[in-house]
Ligand binder design. Structure first.
Ligand SMILES: Cc1cc2nc3c(=O)[nH]c(=O)nc-3n(C[C@H](O)[C@H](O)[C@H](O)COP(=O)(O)O)c2cc1C
Length: 499
């Protein structure tokens, strides 16, 4: 068993849900993980939440949000980035406890991710390492003084954002399967961050490959509990003027900072999570840059339809969309026009494939498609998206959405969703090309695109809901995927009942 966990395919299969094979598990509510890191005597830097956000047009961002120009950012701009990346959007009481809705979706609303900033050259913010606290909109200084840039790159770096995942926040509910959600959720947050940087015209680069141990030491993480998953460099003036971060290895931070990775008084360690994460420590470069052949499906599409983007996309205020994004499950089998479907697909595919700012490994680790339900302007069926050729291919015709709702742990409301966006991979190809680290590429990319589906649906006045609860093989068989083909994530989207 443990040997199997050391591969993407092994971990994914070992944590698959099987009908009649789920072991009952009651939630330990008395030891629910806390949603915020608790640092001792935090050295806080308040951020300004009152400043008006600049007007940002969402379709415009989607058309141009690839890395922009090097800049000399100041702390006000960084505050705007944090607000757009991860903010509280509403407050409510759930079961007598305060609950904060956020601009990022998260499996089970467990929010395993955290965001850090290594400041190298930010006007108004001293060089150092900071943790972002979205609840009081502040930064907590964890290091003061120059810090190394991880991973090193040969370009000027003004700052680096790091996204981490705290395993037990999700494992409290999902046990060994939680690594999937930690990665998917990190992808959701990454997409908001990427869009924020792109919307503000900044130049950035996204990294999933770095030395895991160095990153954990820099960020002061307890590596048994919290892992760095993504680094995003914000580029400034040329390297010669700005530098590429302090030289040398970061010194370990104090034990009480590492203890902030503890989120519950009674944590359970799930060895499979640590095994698959640690198995991915080595960065393998892949097959000399050539993208792997993903054998996800047994069949290839028999016919293709061109994606024709709308000439004049309807403007939509990006800050409003972020604020209104929610998981909605009250789908309606209403009819959708061809123009609306094309607008939606244009938004969703705008940053897929070659147009994406993601590392090539992420772009080539995933195949994307959708199930069209009744009411869609294309015949019901299973379609593959080809973002580079701007087309969609019909793999199989027929009504799939009810059977898919059943394969998603009988979440039958999902059968009314006009579209089921499908994020799929070939698990064996991940292992062969990149080793177990390939699992991170595919899952983080799936989560990133899932967040995009939520935002695009909100812009269209539709609803969306991520689905991680899947009887894995049942769903793969329904789609007639290959033996190593897997449906990693599904997001239902379409018209919803108006309140
Ligand atoms: C990776 C992922 C998996 C999810 N899986 C499910 C699911 O299987 N069923 C469901 O009803 N909601 C699912 N959700 C939606 C979350 O429950 C929802 O994001 C969370 O409760 C926060 O609510 P909000 O999205 O409205 O802010 C999922 C979300 C994500 C990001």
């Amino acid at each position: 068993m443990s040997q199997k966990i050391l591969t993407a395919a092994g971990y994914h299969r070992a944590t698959s849900y099987r009908r009649h094979g789920l072991t009952p598990h009651s939630l330990d509510w008395a030891h629910q993980p806390v949603p915020v890191k608790r640092y001792p005597q935090p050295d806080r830097v308040p951020l300004d939440h009152d400043r008006k956000l600049p007007p940002l047009d969402y379709p415009g961002i989607m058309r141009h949000a690839s890395p922009g120009h090097p800049a000399a950012p100041d702390i006000q701009v960084m505050a705007t980035v944090f607000r757009l990346a991860h903010d509280v959007t509403a407050r409510a009481m759930h079961g007598g406890q305060p609950f904060h809705y956020r601009s990022v979706a998260s499996a089970g609303a467990l929010y395993p991710f955290e965001l850090y900033l290594a400041a190298h050259h930010i006007d108004g913010l001293a060089p150092g390492l900071y943790h972002y606290n979205l609840f009081d909109f502040s930064l907590t200084a964890l290091r003061r003084g120059p810090v190394p840039a991880i991973p090193p790159v040969n370009r000027g770096i003004a700052a680096t954002f790091y996204i981490t995942g705290i395993f037990f926040r999700s494992a409290w509910k999902y046990r060994s399967r939680a690594y999937r959600y930690v990665l998917l959720d990190a992808g959701h947050l990454l997409e908001n961050l990427r869009l924020a940087l792109g919307a503000l015209g900044m130049d950035f680069s996204i990294h999933l490959d770095f030395d895991d141990r160095r990153a954990a030491t820099l960020l002061g993480l307890d590596p048994r509990r919290e892992a760095c998953l993504v680094g995003v460099h914000l580029h400034g003036a040329p390297a010669a003027e700005m530098g590429t971060g302090a030289a040398g290895d970061p010194k370990p931070l104090a034990g009480d900072i590492l203890r902030a990775s503890v989120v519950s008084d009674r944590e359970v360690a799930y060895p499979d999570i640590l095994r698959i994460h640690r198995a991915g420590h080595a960065v393998e470069t892949g097959s000399a840059g050539a993208p792997p052949e993903l054998a996800v499906m047994k069949k290839t599409p028999a016919s293709w339809i061109g994606l024709d983007p709308p000439e004049f996309p309807v403007p939509a205020d990006y800050a409003r969309i972020l604020g209104q994004r929610r998981s909605r499950r009250n789908f309606l089998s209403a009819s959708v026009s061809r123009a609306d479907l094309m607008s939606f697909l244009d938004l969703v595919t705008g940053h897929m494939g070659a147009a994406s700012a993601m590392p090539p490994s992420c772009r080539s680790a995933l195949a994307t498609g959708f199930l069209a339900g009744s009411g869609m302007p294309v015949s019901p069926g299973f379609y593959l998206l080809d973002p580079d050729a701007r087309r969609l291919g019909c793999v199989s015709g027929g009504g799939f959405t009810e059977s898919m709702a059943r394969a998603c742990l009988d979440q039958m409301w999902l059968k009314h969703a006009g579209l089921h966006l499908l994020f799929m991979t070939d698990l064996d190809a991940l292992d062969r090309t990149w080793g177990p680290r390939g699992y991170r590429y595919a899952m983080i990319e799936a989560g990133r695109l899932g967040q995009q589906v939520y935002l695009a649906a909100t812009a269209m006045g539709w609803g969306a809901c991520g689905i991680g609860a899947i009887y894995d093989r049942e769903a793969a068989d329904l789609l007639d995927l290959s033996d190593d083909g897997a449906l990693l994530y599904l997001v239902g989207a379409g018209p919803v009942k108006r309140r």
